[in-house]
Design a protein around this ligand. Sequence first.
Ligand code: M6R
Length: 357
Amino acid sequence: EKGTYPHFMLKEIDEQPLVMRKIIQAYQDENGRLQINEEITNAMLKADRIYIVACGTSYHAGLVGKQLIEKLAEIPVEVHLASEFGYNMPLLSKRPLFIFISQSGETADSRAVLVKVKEMGYRALTITNVPGSTLSREADDTLLLHAGPEIAVASTKAYTAQIAVLAILASVAGAAKRVPTDLDLVKELGIAASAMDTLCDAKEAFEQIAAEYLPATINCFFIGRSIDYFVGLEGALKLKEISYIQAEGFAGGELKHGTIALIEKGTPVIALATQTNVNGSIRANVKEVETRGAHTCIISMKGLDTAGDRYVLPHVHELLTPLISVIPLQLIAYYAALHRGCDVDKPRNLAKSVTVE
Ligand code: M6R
């Protein structure tokens, strides 16, 4: 039920801090340490390469998951679109482990790959929000998102839940392998949950950005580098899916290789700048597009040099920034769609579960 909310999407955006806290609880042992069922951890340790397979928003969470698993568990990861993997299968490593990410657990493109890799005799783990769903039943193991039902077609709380569960999986595997780390994940996920509260209380700021940048535009670009690039892809998907504004996410460094030709006077460019190691270079990209007339909006994070930025996010661990940097983008998409009179929860041409290939 929507309760007092005008739309499920807004309700589900607001549920994200609570979902974070539920996930922390669900994956803690009695001593407060993060735990994952031993079989899954062993499967991670045995794998020489992990193949993440997913669609849409779940694919975008997978891109972040690759960073988390490679950094925290030191296992190489490839991320594939399910619809491409089926007929364009990459050369597989000797001991692959497949991870299917699917909010619904019913996505036909993902299921087709799962059936194929099971026939080939490989092990598969499904990360899903729906216990007993097809992908959960047909995989060897399941990790649940604990996000509660997601009704709006635009996925919001499932994305952040997927990232949190992937972080836990990566961190538990890393600990089992004794990979050195300074990350106290329980603490940092708690900090991220509080940062999410702050953002959910700051909706007006994002409504204003939508009103100022997007009312009459035909397009909008999201730029970022490293992990911010992946969040930009998700921001663009959210915006196009519900507001029908043509939106694209680009890696900052790629602009000069063609994309910058699209920038005209007034083109909205939303830049994410949450990462220390690329802070200077993404700001240089913002200058480049500003010089060509773009209407730029920098969303950065406390702790970096943030003077003049449009919105400064509360500080969280740099590996976990997608959990919070996506929230302004979800809200900007929501308000842009609302202002355009679109059906926010049920955008045209789309279904919540895509059960055809
Ligand atoms: O249920 P799934 O996570 O497998 O769904 C995958 C995509 O269809 C889904 O994420 C879609 O991209 C969303 N509508 C995006 O908001």
